[in-house]
Ligand binder design. Sequence first.
Ligand code: FAD
Length: 402
Amino acid sequence: MAVSLSFPQHVSELAARTATFIREVVLPTDDEHRGDIDAAGNDVLRMQLQDAAKSAGVFAPHAPCEYGGLGLGMVDRAPVFEEAGYSLFGPLSLNIAAPDEGNLHLLVHAASAEQKVKYLQPLAAGDSRSAFAMTEPSPGAGSDPSMLRTHATYKAGRWLISGRKWFITGADGAHFFIVMARTSGQPGDRGGATMFLVDGDTAGLKVGRHIATMDKSMLGGHCEIIFDEVSVGDDAVLGEVDAGFRHAQIRLGPARMTHVMRWLGSARRAHDTALSHVATRGGFGGRLGDLGMIQKMVADNEIDLAAARALLVQACWHLDRGETAATPTSIAKTFAAEAIDRVVDRSVQMCGGLGVSDDYPVARIAREVRPFRIYDGPSEVHRWAIAKRAIRAAARPAEDAK
Ligand SMILES: Cc1cc2nc3c(=O)[nH]c(=O)nc-3n(C[C@H](O)[C@H](O)[C@H](O)COP(=O)(O)OP(=O)(O)OC[C@H]3O[C@@H](n4cnc5c(N)ncnc54)[C@H](O)[C@@H]3O)c2cc1C
């Protein structure tokens, strides 16, 4: 298996331009408001930063060129998204923040021509925002999507969607939702789900409370949503009826990898901050950076960052070949989410008191990266899936021999 370890020149140049844009335009606002998007101005800030990104030629690197984007594949996104992630507001500025970036990817691959005009075009241009509504309160879908209870019933040529969702990122102010609803079978069945495109102002759709979570940088909150007989036509079906779980695979792998890319940038900022602290802070007759235990933390950070990047690029290489890449993306996601958390936690430690203060960015980065070990599949679910596939493969020769 050949994996290229170099990026084309135009990608390296775009990554460098993105790095400059983030440091000069985005980081000052991030630092002023300590990564809190509500304090910084929500959609008003988004539009200002996106206008600036358009002027700098770094906007929408992931979107197809026909939709005004820069058309990067998955491998080529890695260095650019990492540079964007150096600021907590960077992804929003480039229009590559979750969930819009993953939703755009899904629309490119699953939407009809009409749906692309109505939903994909404005999303790619930054003229609209979106949300992906899957998770439900107990006993509904969570780690186990088959527990899906939100249902859509077909009556007189219309779909009526009813149910409750929660932890839906970006819901407040979203122009449209991609909603996973059960169209056949029972909770616990592995099939029978359909994805619907639902406009945010459709009667019966209510965005409820913002669930207060430890992270503060994501626009539109993590909200509860109530669907009370929300009526949509056949043109709202994204892909095919009853094929929702299959279509969700189009989004899942790439969305996990782009989260890794962005959070790698944030982890690198935490590590850079710690490096500069230990390289200059004196103590015990020298610098903190001269102490063996500090050097171990520095080295472990470098190892975790490099290893996460390598697994990421390998998984993206499979995705670029059109493979589902379930195992490589699970491996990269699990390792990277935990490695990023370790890097940031060590960075906090190396910065001492400043590490838990607002004077340095590391405390807020720690608060932002922790949930990544839970969303896009908790680490335990990925380990369970990786192990199941490995054991199944090991059992196959024995079964074939029977
Ligand atoms: C900040 C944030 C943003 C989110 N944004 C969205 C969004 O935009 N849209 C959306 O639909 N959802 C979103 N979610 C929800 C997220 O996808 C779920 O939290 C996740 O799938 C886990 O589901 P759950 O919370 O119901 O946990 P549960 O299903 O209750 O699981 C709890 C824990 O049990 C353990 N566990 C579960 N299964 C297994 C297993 N097979 N083996 C071993 N241990 C296991 C894991 O440790 C897991 O963390 C978001 C969540 C957060 C925290």
